[in-house]
Design a protein around this ligand. Structure first.
Ligand code: HEM
Length: 194
C-alpha cells in the first residue's frame, strides 16, 4: 500500500525552513530572502527523490527503492507542497527588495511553476488514464524543466565565493541524478504499481 507521508514531510520541512529564515534574518528583507533560499534548499532532496524514484528501482532493486518508486506520486506532491512555500517566500522577498527584478529573470522560474501546478493537478490515476500518452509527455517534460531550473540556479552560484560550496555540491548531485536516470533507461524495469 502506498504511503502518503512524503507529502506531509515536504510541507513540514518547507515550513520549518521558512520559520528558520524568519527567525534568523537580520532585517525583514533578509528574513524573507533566507526563507526563500532555505525553502528551495529543503525542496531539492525531495525533488531528487521524485526525479529518481523509478530509476533507482531499475538500477538497484531493493525494498527501499521499491517503496520509493511505489510512493513517487506522494514524493512529487511533497515537492509541490514545499515549492508552494518557496513561492510565498519568494513573493515576499521580491516585493520587499528595493532592486526590482526584470521580467526576463522571472520567466524560467514561472515556467517551472506552471509545470509544478499542472503536474500536481494531474497526479491522480484518473488524470493519468484520461490524458493517456500526454500524461507521460507532460510529466517527463515538467520534471526535466524543474531539474534544469534547479541545476542552473545552483550552477550560477559556483562563481560566487560565498555560495561556491553549495553550488558545487548541489550541481554535482543534479548531474549525478541525470546520469542515474540515463543509466536506468538502459535496463528499464517499469514498476507494476504505477
Ligand atoms: C519566478 C520564480 C522564482 C523566483 C522569483 C525565485 C526567487 C528566489 C529567491 C528570492 C531566492 C533566494 C535568493 C538568495 O538570497 O539566496 C531563491 C533561491 C533559490 N531558488 Fe527560487 N525562485 C523562483 C522559482 C524557483 C524554482 C521553480 C526553482 C527550482 C525548480 C528555484 C530554485 C531555487 C534555488 C535552488 C535557490 C537557492 C537555494 C540555495 O541557496 O540552496 N526557484 N529563489
Amino acid at each position: 500500500m502506498a504511503r502518503k507521508w512524503p507529502t506531509a514531510f515536504g510541507l513540514v520541512a518547507a515550513l520549518l525552513a521558512l520559520a528558520a529564515g524568519l527567525q534568523l534574518g537580520g532585517s525583514t528583507l533578509e528574513q524573507w530572502q533566507l526563507a526563500a533560499r532555505w525553502t528551495a534548499r529543503v525542496g531539492f532532496p525531495i525533488f531528487l527523490a521524485t526525479y529518481l524514484a523509478s530509476s533507482l528501482y531499475s538500477v538497484y532493486p531493493a525494498p527501499w527503492s521499491r517503496a520509493l518508486a511505489r510512493d513517487r506520486r506522494w514524493w512529487g506532491l511533497g515537492f509541490a507542497a514545499s515549492h508552494t512555500v518557496h513561492l510565498v517566500a519568494l513573493i515576499m522577498a521580491t516585493n520587499l527588495n528595493p532592486e526590482p527584478r526584470t521580467v526576463a529573470s522571472l520567466i524560467p522560474g514561472s515556467i517551472a511553476y506552471i509545470f509544478i501546478l499542472l503536474m500536481a493537478l494531474t497526479s491522480s490515476k484518473t488524470a493519468m488514464r484520461t490524458l493517456g500518452r500526454n500524461w507521460k509527455r507532460l510529466h517527463s517534460t515538467g520534471i526535466h524543466v524543474i531539474w534544469l531550473i534547479y541545476t542552473l540556479a545552483y550552477a550560477k552560484r559556483i562563481p560566487v565565493p560565498d555560495t561556491r560550496a553549495i553550488g558545487i555540491t548541489m550541481t554535482t548531485l543534479a548531474i549525478t541524478a541525470l546520469i542515474i536516470r540515463l543509466a536506468a533507461r538502459r535496463n528499464r524495469v517499469v514498476p507494476a504499481f504505477a
